[in-house]
Ligand binder design. Structure first.
Ligand SMILES: [Zn+2]
Length: 62
């Protein structure tokens, strides 16, 4: 799977999305969000704009 194909996917904004559920099952290596917690912006610590988790977290085990 190419990186380009990953970038074409929509951002994960729904908690019932399988990819989001999978991402939430592990700690985020980018922003440090713990298991079950939404990712936070690494810029200001607030919620991510338009999505729940970082791409990095979703693709970590793919
Ligand atoms: Zn994150």
């Amino acid at each position: 799977m190419s990186r380009r194909a990953t970038e074409r996917n929509p951002f994960w904004t729904g908690r019932d999305n399988a990819a989001v559920q999978d991402a939430l099952s592990r700690k985020c290596g980018m922003c440090g969000a713990n298991v079950g917690e939404d990712c936070n912006s690494i810029i200001d610590g607030g919620p991510l704009p338009g999505r729940i988790v970082h791409h990095y977290r979703v693709g970590e085990s793919a």
